[in-house]
Design a protein around this ligand. Structure first.
Ligand code: PLP
Length: 373
């Protein structure tokens, strides 16, 4: 997989021999004299050749039957829910990406039950056999890095007649392959690790089977014009060539930093699935291969004011939202999630990039010291 991704599936452009695929900017395609479209492309809203190249890499990385790219992670996720019948029953995690939780609760028109999906019994109890159409997981999930058991959720969802979809943005296909564990769909905010350079907003879905539900999602994407633009698809392909190396280095950096910060008395808690103290550690050790991901959170003793003060004093970390880029980001998470958020207000979310972990540790140590009352 690393080799195929590094070469973007070994693409060689037939007309010129170019190793880098062209950006297909066309919005429309020629119809043949016999009135057919022999090359399979009709119009740029349902489909695009550069998007298809990105999708081939994604399907390969996740071991799926097919992939679709979208203009954002949110548009990928909402397309799955919009492909359900209005009012359908779905189960989603209490702790998950906040904007999607808000959309599900306030705007989706679906009957959503939010449960602690890290507790398999709670998940099973929320399922209504025959009525529940979809179970949504995010693992590890924002911003506590809660780990949910994909294989157990797939079994329970399928027994109830529901599909399982997994937001695997933080795990990436390098560390976890949800389809191998029984999931039906994988979703990514490709804005994050897949692209990896903080210069594209993109989303992706990968399916286990190209069935009628997948066709409905494709219909949503086409009707609502949610496909990723060709230039962004080109940048995403370029990013995925180095995904394997970046994710492994970022995971190693995050583990080193989690261990370093765990020893600090002025941090009330370090949340990282790679630490034995994390509630999801044993499951993560089984479910994730090659690392625990590049995301961790720290809870600052002294509460919100001190957490915000510490973030104010960093020099190397960048104070910004998002994650998965090559530059490390620090964020007082409650400030962006708003008042209905379950995020503790003393929590700083850290996205570990590719800088030296020693430099990152020194910088945050100094910031915490400067924020001392
Ligand atoms: N899922 C997760 C886990 C995320 O972190 C994000 C964005 O922060 C999204 C989904 C939404 O993705 P996007 O911002 O690309 O719409």
């Amino acid at each position: 997989r690393r080799s195929r991704a590094a070469q973007a599936m070994g693409h060689v452009e037939p007309a010129t021999g170019a190793l880098v695929p062209p950006v297909h900017l066309t919005s429309t395609y020629e119809r043949a004299a016999d009135n057919s479209y022999p090359r399979g492309y009709v119009y740029g809203r349902p489909d695009n050749a550069t998007a298809r190249e990105a999708e081939a890499v994604l399907a390969m990385l996740e071991g799926g039957a097919a992939a679709m790219v979208f203009g954002s992670g949110m548009s990928a996720a909402t397309s799955v829910f919009q492909a359900l019948e209005p009012g359908a029953h779905v189960v989603a995690p209490t702790v998950m990406y906040w904007a999607l939780r808000h959309w599900l609760a306030q705007e989706s028109g679906l009957a959503v039950d939010f449960v602690d999906t890290s507790d398999p019994d709670a998940l099973r109890a929320a399922l209504r056999p025959g009525a529940t159409k979809l179970v949504w997981l995010e693992t590890p999930s924002n911003p506590l890095w809660t780990v949910s058991d994909i294989a157990a959720a797939a079994e329970a969802a399928h027994r109830a007649g529901a599909l399982l979809a997994v937001d695997s943005t933080v795990a990436t296909p390098i560390l976890t392959r949800p389809l191998d564990l029984g999931a039906d769909l994988v979703m990514h905010s490709a804005t994050k690790y897949l692209n990896g350079h903080s210069d594209v907003i993109a989303g992706a879905l990968v399916c286990a089977r190209q069935d009628a539900f997948w066709a409905r999602i494709a219909g949503v994407r086409a009707a609502q014009g949610k496909i990723l633009g060709p230039f962004e698809a080109f940048l995403l392909i370029r990013g995925m060539r180095t995904l394997d190396l970046r994710v492994r280095a970022q995971s190693a950096g995050a583990l080193a930093l989690a261990r370093h910060f765990a020893a600090r008395a002025d941090l009330a808690q370090v949340l990282y699935p790679g630490l034995a103290s994390h509630a999801g550690h044993a499951l993560a050790a089984r479910q994730m291969q090659g690392g625990f991901g590049g995301m961790l959170s720290v809870r600052v003793a002294g509460g919100a004011a001190r957490a915000i003060a510490a973030a104010a004093h960093v020099r190397l970390w960048k104070r910004a939202t998002s994650l998965g880029g090559v530059e490390s980001l620090i964020e007082h998470r409650a400030s962006i999630e708003g008042p209905d958020s379950p995020c503790p207000d003393d929590l700083l979310r850290l996205s570990v990039g590719l800088e030296s972990p020693d430099d990152l540790a020194r910088d945050l140590d100094a910031a915490l010291a400067a924020a001392r009352p």
